[in-house]
Design a protein around this ligand. Structure first.
Ligand code: BDR
Ligand code: CA
Length: 310
């Protein structure tokens, strides 16, 4: 059983990652959720985190973290996630409340209070995690690993070179990759492999309450890929969670990864050192490269059905 904290910006795929975690309590002791400005403003993504918990009928503390990146202004992504950051499902009223600590303070408290080490699952820009490591360096020894969605092995999505989470806050990503904490990186390539076919989305339509919520999420989320004439949608943020649950369905490589801060064309790019050369820097990251798509989707479905029938 692993102690975990999820830092996120829901986000349709963040929502699926949270549900996958909640559906596997034998594997994850979810100590809390923190939110960060990313896919939408901090207010919106924080409300979305509460909505996910309401949909799953779970009570997990949620604390709001940073509203904008360390240095650059926040750029949100309504083109993929809509005006609310999680368009699709409709809620009348949010009935859960926030923990009143700042997210960074909350993360520090949860890590220091936990029995044993904690895994951080980071699914948005890494602003909160960078602030945590900088402000409370004593937490470092208590973090087992940071399993994150961000960056790429070869190609970006927000720009030709940079993936969205790292593009939004490259300085935070830099601090995390220079922290010395072991990192599991799910970038754009493994996320593309972890796609749900649009023809598979209907299978959630007639399930229970959680399935219906997932159906409504995916129906909206699929519009972005459909607009590009693509028959599937990548479930980016579920990848690091799925890797912890089922490493056997992934391929990976161990590499030294660094973050480009300033290139005109490459700011926010994660640079994977693939050389076979002398005097190489030691690997700091387990880079996930691919996944068995069918097994990924099957395990995701199983998790959602499990939440339906609890
Ligand atoms: C990442 O950016 C966000 O839009 C998704 O939630 C995911 O974390 C993919 O680049
Ligand atoms: Ca996200």
């Amino acid at each position: 059983m692993r102690n975990v904290l999820i830092d996120c910006d829901p986000g349709h795929d963040d929502a699926l990652a949270i549900l996958l975690t909640l559906a596997n309590p034998e594997n994850f002791r979810l100590l809390g959720i923190t939110t960060v400005g990313g896919n939408q403003t901090l207010e919106k993504v924080s409300e979305n985190a509460l909505k996910v918990l309401m949909a799953a009928d779970k009570r997990i503390p949620v604390a709001k973290g940073a509203d904008s990146p360390l240095i650059s202004p926040l750029k949100v992504a309504p083109e993929a996630h809509g005006d609310s950051g999680m368009d699709g499902p409709v809620f009348d009223k949010i009935t859960l409340e926030y923990d009143n600590r700042h997210g960074v303070e909350f993360l520090k408290d949860k890590i220091l209070e936990a029995e044993g080490k904690v895994t951080i699952i980071a699914l948005g820009p890494l602003t909160n995690i960078a602030l945590l490591l900088k402000t409370f360096p004593k937490v470092k020894d208590r973090i087992e690993t940071i399993a994150l969605m961000g960056g790429s092995y070869s190609s970006g999505n927000a720009t030709a070179a940079a993936e969205f989470n790292f593009y939004i806050d490259p300085h935070a990503a830099y601090m995390v990759f220079h922290s010395g904490i072991p990192i599991i990186q799910a970038g754009t390539e493994v996320s593309q492999a972890a796609s749900i076919l649009h023809s598979e989305i209907d299978e959630f339509k007639d399930g229970g309450r959680v399935s219906r919520f997932v159906y409504e999420l995916l129906e909206f989320y699929a519009k972005f890929s459909k607009g590009l004439n693509i028959d599937r949608s990548p479930i980016f943020d579920a990848c690091p969670v799925m890797y912890i649950l089922h490493p056997e369905i992934f391929t990976h490589g161990d590499y030294h990864v660094d973050i480009e801060l300033q290139g005109n064309l490459t700011a926010g790019m994660s640079v994977t050192d693939k050389r076979v050369w002398y005097n190489m820097p030691k690997p700091n990251t387990k880079v996930l490269l691919s996944v068995d798509r069918e097994k990924f989707v099957a395990y995701l479905k199983k998790a959602i059905y499990r939440l339906d029938t609890e």
